[in-house]
Design a protein around this ligand. Sequence first.
Ligand code: PMP
Length: 403
Amino acid sequence: GSRFQVVEQGPPIEVFQINKLFIEDTFKNKVNLSVGAYRDETGKPWVLPVVQKMEKQMAADDTLLHEYLPVLGLEQFTKVSVSMLLGEDSPAIADGRAFGVQTLSGTGGLRVGSEFLNKHLKYTTFYYSNPTWENHHLVFVNSGFTQPRTYRYWDAKNRAIDFAGMLEDLKNAPENSVIILHACAHNPTGIDPTQEQWEKIADVMEERKLFPFFDSAYQGFASGDLDRDAWAVRYFVKRGFELVCAQSYAKNFGLYNERVGNLALVVADAALVPALRSQLTWIVRGSYSNPPAHGARVVANVLADSKLFDEWRDHIKFMSSRVIQMREALRAELIKLGTPGNWDHIVKQIGLFSYTGLTPRQAEYLIQQHHIYLLRSGRINICGLNPGNVAYVAAAIHDAITK
Ligand code: PMP
């Protein structure tokens, strides 16, 4: 016998399972609307040209070494990341009370941040939106948070935010609860609070002494504008909140597998920073010791060079515009077919995803009958659409709804 016989098979991770089914499908016109990654207008992954250019430059640079990075990462990288998030002219940066820790993409930022809050501030309760990105719960629980709670977010009937429900749940949250907030392009619903709604959220969080943990996985990718996508975070900082924010470069730089991220921290007083940095150092030291360099170098070098920065800004504009065009194309096709229902939400939602309102049964039907792969929640990755397949997808949705 083996000592490992005690180990039971765990459940599959839905999004990767569906992606695998897609890869194994031999149907010529199959469509992948599952994994949240950008695809170009021919359905292919896209390496950003500015990334490719920088990687070639780095490959030719024989002064670059493979020495360890500092535990908290490449300083130039964390600096440009915090400044991209808070804005170059942020008073919090000028005061020296905002800083960053390089992390293993957005997930790593969530992990380091939550572990830090649990260990050092003794926070145990966290709230995430219902629904949210499926990994928030697990990351926080693994970091030691013992009280997972949800706040209402999605009003399925109106395909909008249940704002009254959200505020009520926040009002009832115990002091020092950590509230996970999507900085922009809420995953999976694609619906963000308006600026007036953010103001009310901040009012309640201030009054109830709740702690904001922003998750910024799509800055620049949502609207094409870095400043607009960071509005909520900057607003909370301006209001005087102390907060943390996990930033990911997976989507906006297309650096998914390089695991490039930053945990930004904003505190009330610069004098607190050295102690925080030292304890964050110990958290990273005890989990992976220090981060990888390649992707962070690419991002830091691009953001530090104004010409390359502009080139990158064009790339994110291009990607976000393509997503917006595909939203419009899908809606137009469904209207043309006379598919029952109102499809305005597809163009109102922003970011990579649309919460279509398709039921789990309809999603299953699309997979089985039409080789179109999506999550059972009805979430589709809009980037999986292109001029060559959008009519096919719309016809299949029409069939799933009217059959
Ligand atoms: N948060 C949200 C809301 C996301 O959608 C994602 C990516 N799917 C992440 C965090 C983290 O992704 P990564 O670790 O690849 O940066």
